[in-house]
Write a protein that binds this ligand. Structure first.
Ligand code: RIB
Ligand code: CA
Length: 313
């Protein structure tokens, strides 16, 4: 079965690997990449997206989107994690392609409306593009097949604050709109992505299997790995964004639960995702009043990283 997807991204080392999967996997029909600020500014994100399609020898539309959060001020890009160029500060070839003239939000609307009920939105950066698309076309909620979000955390805690995951923290107002819009939505958060560790042996397979694209993925990974060594004390990286595609194609590797999501938009816990399991009664009903969604809670992490390496190896 083929999955038509739009991949919304802020590449980013782990985004780059996920984009490579989206470009290469025979069961994915990649309709377009939409870009956002996040790991880098949005112009750099667009350049990297174009570069990755070029290295894969594919012509896929790339539409540029959000340059800043909806409400809060933008935080500086995390150059210590992804490098100032988003790809580990390695040297990169010239980009020859140009972005689609439409905004990311308009590209999403046009593409979903052309194939109602068929398109899955896979979002692995801050959620401003999906929020903008919803604002322009609220009926989008009934026209996408599913929305898969790499972001948030149910029981795992955060990675940029004690409680917040980076993509949600970067634009909590957009995330609040997207996670409570009432469309079929699966949250692939830190509860599962932190259980997946891609090591050097996996990367060697990817480097060997992807030519120049493999070199870019492997060399940028080396920079990203240094961050993980210092931040989490592990010898390898969490392939956050590839996990969203792993869920889409290999859902049997994940345990999910239905529940109500909400996002803290202000204060100390800004960017925290709250998950009220379906049917559970709390002291007041307010946490259970958002539409039902689905959150990933557990994963076979070894099987996921093997799937990534086998897909790109
Ligand atoms: O928290 C992980 C997410 O934030 C991933 O999408 C990664 O690319 C980073 O920006
Ligand atoms: Ca990302």
């Amino acid at each position: 079965m083929s999955h038509p997807i739009i991949f919304d991204t802020d590449p980013g080392v782990d985004d780059a690997q996920a984009i490579a999967i989206a470009l290469r996997h025979p069961e994915i029909e990649l309709l377009g990449l939409t870009t956002t600020y996040g790991n880098v500014d949005v112009a750099t994100a667009t350049r990297n997206a174009l570069l990755l399609t070029q290295l894969a020898g594919r012509e896929v539309p790339v539409a540029q989107g959000a340059a800043a959060p909806l409400v809060k001020a933008r935080h500086p890009a995390p150059a210590h994690i992804h490098g100032a160029n988003g790809l580990g500060d390695i040297s990169l070839p010239e980009v020859t392609g140009r972005p689609d003239p439409r905004s990311a939000a308009q590209f999403i609307i046009d593409t979903v409306n052309a194939r109602p009920g068929e398109v899955t939105l896979v979002a692995v950066g801050p959620l401003g593009n999906l929020a903008a698309a919803l604002q322009l076309d609220p009926a989008l909620t009934g026209k996408v097949k599913r929305v898969v979000v790499m972001g948030g955390s149910v029981y795992e805690g955060g990675n940029v604050t004690p409680v917040a995951e980076a993509n949600i923290f970067n634009d909590p107002d957009a995330a609040a709109r997207v996670l409570t819009a009432g469309w079929p939505l699966t949250l692939v958060g830190l509860d599962v992505t932190h259980r997946c560790v891609l090591d050097e042996a996996h990367m060697a397979r990817i480097a060997a299997g992807q030519g120049e694209l493999g070199r870019v993925l492997a060399d940028s990974y080396a920079f990203y790995r240094d961050f993980y060594r210092h931040a989490r004390g592990i010898d390898g990286c969490c392939p956050h964004d590839s996990c969203a595609l792993a869920w889409l194609l290999r859902p049997e590797l994940f345990t999910t639960a239905p529940g109500h999501l909400s996002v803290v938009t202000h204060g100390e816990a800004e960017g925290q995702t709250l998950f009220a399991p379906e049917g559970r009664a709390f002291i007041a009903p307010r946490w259970s009043q958002t539409p039902l969604a689905e959150a990933c809670l557990e994963v076979d992490g070894e099987a996921v990283v093997e799937w990534i390496a086998a897909t790109l190896g």
